[in-house]
Design a protein around this ligand. Structure first.
Ligand code: NI
Length: 388
């Protein structure tokens, strides 16, 4: 079964919504306009329940099928943009300086609205479909907040599915894998405090820069010597601040970065080793050290059975040869991970074609993929809930 006819018919209308959302990007939880647009559309479609303000500015619509089942499946899109200045020059480019939809969340929202319109028209399923529109995917943990607000229980959601466009993957293709598909994203900051003084009399100082560089180079050993080479981890120091003059050794130096892994136990190990290395090297040189390690998004782990259901739906739409079922995981993060920690489900990539990469000021969501995304959501919902 290829793209649904009705989904193809909806393409122009959904493209219009997508470009409207694209031109008015909003950041993190401040997605009031976008959320209001989503809620208005859902009401217009005759969605049975439209609840706003979940996870601060998230929206959930519940569409009841024809049968009596109370089972619900959750389909999730994200609504927030990024703090970037768009350079595409497209007629629908961002009208807000310094903000743009550079991750395609405008397209995710529009495609899920398209699926909601279809499902509210047809209702050819036994149970309920919850369409979930979350704020603050790009660093605010909006998905986590929606889960904490009791979204899963309130709408009886038993399974939850997410989708993200992927530049470089051809239009009409899907990619997925069971198990970890996106990394955990932790941040750390380390401050080394020594004793400043004259650069010409280093023996009278405790040089925080020299000690920091030893810590930084030793942190590289976490990936190269503490982790099985067949496992994945990133430890990147991405900033370093110290000093202000060429003839003064400063009192302190601060540096920080990110740790990414595909296994929860590797996060624990990385944090422990980071503290041991920093404490040990600081002590060896008589300095003080303070390590702060913040756990952000967990690993996005696809559940085995639900990954199978996602593959079946994608194959039904695109054909078996167009679905990569063993794709490599990525070291970027996703806060859909919180929803997958709350309920079984799966996260899939949909090809955006040969476009600029995500988080790039040249990026634009490819409207050609809209019918593929809508058809996937519809097929997944109908096949998981069964016909009435
Ligand atoms: Ni994204």
């Amino acid at each position: 079964m290829p793209i649904l006819n009705r989904a193809a018919e909806l393409q122009d209308e959904v493209t219009g919504w997508r470009r409207q959302i694209h031109s008015q990007p909003e950041l993190l939880f401040d997605v009031e306009q976008t959320a209001a647009f989503v809620a208005e559309k859902l009401r217009e479609f005759g969605v049975d329940e439209v609840v706003t303000g979940i996870g601060r500015t998230g929206v959930v619509g519940l569409i009841r099928g024809k049968g009596n089942s109370a089972r619900a499946i959750g389909l999730r899109a994200d609504m927030d943009a990024l703090p970037l200045s768009e350079v595409t020059g497209k007629p629908w480019a961002s009208k807000v300086p310094g903000k743009m939809h550079a991750c395609g969340h405008d397209g995710h929202t529009a495609m899920l609205l398209g699926a909601a319109k279809y499902l509210a028209e047809t209702r050819n399923f036994n149970g309920n479909v919850a369409v979930i529109f979350q704020p603050a995917e790009e660093g605010g943990g909006g998905g986590n907040l929606m889960v904490k607000d009791g979204m899963m229980e309130r709408f009886g959601i038993e399974e939850v599915y997410g989708l993200h466009n992927l530049p470089g993957l051809p239009v009409g293709q899907f990619a997925i894998r069971k198990g970890p598909i996106m990394a955990s994203t932790d941040e750390f900051s380390i401050t080394v405090t020594g004793r400043g003084g004259h650069a010409a009399m280093p023996h009278k100082t405790i040089d925080p820069i020299a000690i920091s560089t030893q810590i930084i180079s030793s942190l590289q050993l976490i990936a190269s010597r503490n982790v099985d080479p067949l496992q994945s981890i990133v430890v990147s120091v991405t900033k370093f601040n110290a000093g202000y003059a060429s003839n003064i050794i400063p009192d302190a130096a601060t540096f920080g970065g990110t740790v990414r892994t595909l296994k929860p136990e590797l996060r624990d190990m990385a944090e422990r080793r980071m503290r041991e290395i920093a404490d040990g090297l600081a002590a060896a040189h008589g300095a003080e050290v303070k390590v702060s390690y913040n756990r952000n998004y967990p690993v996005t782990v696809n559940h085995a059975d639900e990954t199978g259901h996602a593959i079946d739906a994608a194959r039904a739409i695109a054909g078996a040869s167009q679905v990569e079922t063993e794709t490599d995981p990525m070291m970027g993060g996703e806060d859909f991970s919180y929803m997958l920690n709350a309920r079984p489900g799966a996260f899939i990539f949909l090809g955006n074609g040969d476009t600029a990469g995500l988080h790039n000021p040249n990026y634009d969501f490819n409207d050609e993929i809209i019918p593929h995304g809508i058809s996937y959501w519809v097929k997944l919902a109908e096949s998981r809930l069964g016909t009435a």
